[in-house]
Design a protein around this ligand. Sequence first.
Ligand code: SF4
Ligand code: SF4
Length: 94
Amino acid sequence: MKPITGITRGGTPYTPEFVTDLNQARCIGCGRCYKVCPREVFELIERSEDDEAYDEDEDNTMVMSLANPLDCIGCGACGRVCPKQCHTHQEMPA
Ligand code: SF4
Ligand code: SF4
């Protein structure tokens, strides 16, 4: 099945890759993906104290979440800035 494609202003085809998952176990809550996202897809939330990754000493009490994943435009910026490779992206079938 062919994926949805777009074109750049110069006419070059490109294929958007939409964020579909975020690995919270790996996330360090740095906020980089939040800052670069043009669509307010992300929200920084408190990590549950029951979460294995919760660590007050390591200041790992906050974690990123996908608040509005359906607003993603597939730019891929979040994946490029994340130091922990937390995001999963997928093309969308046309
Ligand atoms: S791919 Fe772009 S629009 Fe989608 S969540 Fe990442 S930064 Fe936001
Ligand atoms: S860039 Fe990666 S590590 Fe940083 S908050 Fe986003 S998902 Fe978490």
